[in-house]
Design a protein around this ligand. Sequence first.
Ligand code: MTE
Length: 317
Amino acid sequence: MIIRIPKASDVKSSEITPENIYKQRRLFMQAAGLGALGLMTGDILAKAEERSLRPLAQLNKSPFSTDEDMTSYKDVTQYNNFYELGTGKKDPYRFSNYLKPSPWSITIEGECTKPGTYNLEDFIRPYALEERIYRMRCVEGWSMVIPWVGFPLASMIKQFEPTSRAKYVAFETLYDPEMLPGQKRPVLPWPYVEGLRMDEAMNPLTILSVGLYGKELPNQNGAPIRLVVPWKYGFKSIKSIVKIRFVEEQPRSTWNVVTPNEYGFYSNVNPEVDHPRWSQGRERRIGEFLKRDTLMFNGYAEEVASLYSGMDLKKFF
Ligand code: MTE
């Protein structure tokens, strides 16, 4: 992903003073590299693995799982993108303890008959948890195979009875700069937001995940609950969700807002549509040496190609 350094022209002229331009620039410079969260202390690093993750019992096996070799637990949990916990790949792991995923509540709003705010336990209680071993492809050109634990987003959507005006589902990450200190820097517009068209959200492959490798989700992977959409680039799979909203218009999605010519709303894995700055035809599976071909819809074409029939995927990328 690229980090957009706001231009001075993005700031209203009334807000410009030489001093705050200087300060802003310094913050952006810090945010752009490994020093993003450089003010944090060493004891946080030492505590990174302390949160003990509860095993999640009685997991149903899913027919949607791949039988490909899984990426190691270490790589899945220590090579992450979670800009709220830093921009380096190891930062989310190192700074994971800032996030307190319990207690947690989720608000459902918008075009549905049963809006409300629920604590996480009540929110997920109705659903049987499954293990879903999915290929995941990041737009940066690497991929993993991850045994998620979760339940179909469709089951949740049905529960809240969206109205006929609900054409899309919008998701929002927690905004809390104390728990997600990367939000103290304007690296991205916060909170992180994402969205799916209703038929994409209802597709049986789309899940809300609450765990991986048979245990609760580690903070750096988006605890306590995140989206997983395996035929789309990884950035659609928004982490640490606090709000789900049924809406009529296509919702904003963070990377599309930041760089619309590079990241489209759909962001389907598509080896035939290159990112303006790099090819999407090949990928490196983390843990492997040689690159492999990227498959259309990340190998899930049978399940999802019909969602896009008749659409020009070069235009709606
Ligand atoms: N969600 C939030 N809130 N913030 C982020 O920075 N990064 C996205 C996505 N979800 C991101 C996010 C990107 S770019 C990717 S590739 C995946 O999370 C990475 O998920 P993983 O670290 O669990 O593999």
